[in-house]
Ligand binder design. Structure first.
Ligand code: F3S
Ligand code: F3S
Length: 105
């Protein structure tokens, strides 16, 4: 799967959403999260993020390794909706994101 990392926090450019052929990039309050089971590893989202927040799981920088689990655990209560657009913004974040101070780009 692909993973979204902290550069997305408080930025949420959303360019990635337009590229995803399976609508598996879900919006939380402060960042977006890629559904690990719905992502088909097409790679289309990764180059369009202006802040380089998106990585293939094996390429995630070490200092952001927690975000592999964060992108999984975000969906613990949500399950697999099969499409992000119909949900709109989900009013929560993973605890490691919620705990971050404001990120001012
Ligand atoms: Fe975030 Fe980059 Fe997408 S900032 S919303 S991962 S384009
Ligand atoms: Fe996955 Fe990104 Fe493609 S989230 S399905 S690799 S656009």
């Amino acid at each position: 799967t692909y993973v979204i990392a902290p550069p997305c926090v408080d930025v949420k450019d959303r360019a990635c959403i337009d590229e995803c052929p399976v609508d598996c990039i879900y919006e939380g309050q402060r960042m977006l999260y890629i559904h690990p089971d719905e992502c088909v590893d097409c790679g289309a989202c990764e180059p369009v993020c202006p802040v380089e927040a998106i990585y293939y799981e094996d390429d995630l920088p070490d200092q952001w390794s927690d975000y592999y689990q964060a992108n999984i655990e975000f969906f613990d209560e949500i399950g697999s909706p099969g499409g992000a657009m119909k949900l709109g913004m989900i009013r929560k974040d993973h605890p490691i994101v919620a705990a971050l101070p404001p990120q001012n780009g």
